[in-house]
Design a protein around this ligand. Sequence first.
Ligand code: FES
Length: 155
Amino acid sequence: MLSEDLKKEIEAEVKKYPTRRSAVMAALTMAQLDKGRVTAEDMREVADLLGINPVDVHEIGTFYTMYNVERPVGKYHIQVCWNISCSLLGAEHLIEHIEKLLGIKLGETTPDKKFTLTTVECLGSCGTAPMMQINDDYYENLTGERVEEILKGLD
Ligand code: FES
């Protein structure tokens, strides 16, 4: 359920767009930032708030990997790109390495809720493959050692 404060913030955001419908991704992002995920109820409320069909909001929310729909993630959401450039340069090995380091498998969250490991399609950083995104930050030209350093540096 969206808080009243969040609804007001979304209303303020809507004013930046030519139509209310155009603000759907911003509204979903704001809902996710508030709770770390987007629920079906959140999507219905966003649809009501914007005056659009709930199915349209659901389609957008479930199409883009940046939305954690009905999927809570840990404090750090590790998304390893496994599209062609990253795969050719070892993404699968990095994933296995991270699984071993964290003791989880793809799609899982560590018991302390610190890390969630998922894959993602191309993030447009093919020239610096292999790469991963952790929350909003890109980490590029990765090696197993570099990944280990990065994860150890996150508190
Ligand atoms: S294939 Fe990984 S960033 Fe493009």
